[in-house]
Design a protein around this ligand. Structure first.
Ligand code: ZN
Length: 298
């Protein structure tokens, strides 16, 4: 089987600079060169760990028993995509008092008004919090805010998430609700990847797939996709979606870019492999995540 393996952009993994930035690498950011002048900068908004009791096996008959470590390395990643003179963010990380997106963009030499659009995978605080500026108001004064209508409608009908409206409100005049299949700026397309939330959205730019919260603990959920984080609204659907997307990513040599995959959060997918002695159980699949190993994207 051909496997698409990318390699880290420098041996020290310190992060390379996006064109136009200053002289020193910015800690917690990493630059990747794509095709036709497009580039992606992974930005670690927040370093986190996820406790094991967040995770639950959705398949009681799952034949593998193992002892899990007390917690898993995670991250809150935001991706900056630049092409044709435009700058796009995928998600916005945590609220300014917790996240570091604004400071890291500034260190990279990217001004808030240079962001043309923000694509939101779903309306949770660690994805929309950074839309707000530190002193209130829009953190990105020119940016259009793209959210799938299905996700937006589900959020409006979910009382437990109403408070998050304060992060969206400054963008009321620039809110672009779209249907799956609509053509989006920059050549992005959006697909429904439901389960984590009702309208959880995957954004694709050719073979770069921004998968949001498809996985929460990469070191574990690629290998055992039947495990769900407590945050998944519909665990059974989240498992199906996770396996479908991972299968498609492996077949199409896509690079997945995850909001909580340990920084820098991107890599190829290998699999699926059947679990020995468990043929016929389609949900018992294993995948492997192959972290990037150089700065080039497909
Ligand atoms: Zn999240």
């Amino acid at each position: 089987m051909t496997r698409h393996v990318l390699a880290l952009c420098c041996l020290c993994a310190c992060g390379l600079l996006p064109a136009g930035a200053g002289d020193a690498p910015v800690a917690g950011t990493m630059f990747f060169q794509g095709r036709d002048g497009m580039d992606v900068t992974a930005i670690q908004d927040t370093a986190t760990r996820m406790k094991v009791d967040l995770f639950k096996n959705t398949s009681p008959d799952y034949p593998i028993r193992f002892k899990l470590p007390p917690d898993w390395e995670a991250s809150v990643n935001v991706f900056l995509v630049r092409q044709d003179g435009k700058s796009y963010l995928i998600d916005a990380g945590n609220a300014p008092e917790r996240g570091s997106l604004a400071a890291k963009l500034a260190a990279l030499g990217v001004k808030p008004e240079q962001i043309d659009a923000v694509f939101i995978t779903h309306i949770h605080p660690d994805h929309v919090g950074g839309l707000l500026a530190g002193g209130g108001g829009a953190g990105f004064p020119r940016a259009a805010l793209y959210i799938a209508r299905e996700e937006y409608d589900a959020w409006q009908n979910d009382e437990s998430r109403q408070a998050l409206g304060r992060f969206l409100q400054p963008y009321a005049n620039r809110l672009r609700l779209f249907a799956f299949g609509d053509r989006l700026p920059g050549g992005f397309t959006a697909r429904l990847a439901a389960g984590h939330t009702t309208g959880h959205t995957l954004y694709a730019l050719d073979r770069l797939w921004f998968i949001g919260d498809l996985v929460h603990a990469a070191r574990f959920q690629f290998q055992h996709p039947v495990f769900c984080a407590r945050y998944d609204r519909d665990p059974a659907l989240a498992v199906t979606t996770r396996i479908d997307v991972m299968t498609a990513a492996a077949r199409q040599n896509a690079v997945v870019l995850g909001a909580h995959i340990p920084f820098p959060g991107l890599g190829a997918v290998a699999g699926p492999e059947n679990l020995a002695g468990a043929t016929g159980q389609t949900e018992w699949k294993h995948f492997r995540f192959l972290p990037v190993q150089d700065g080039k994207l497909p």
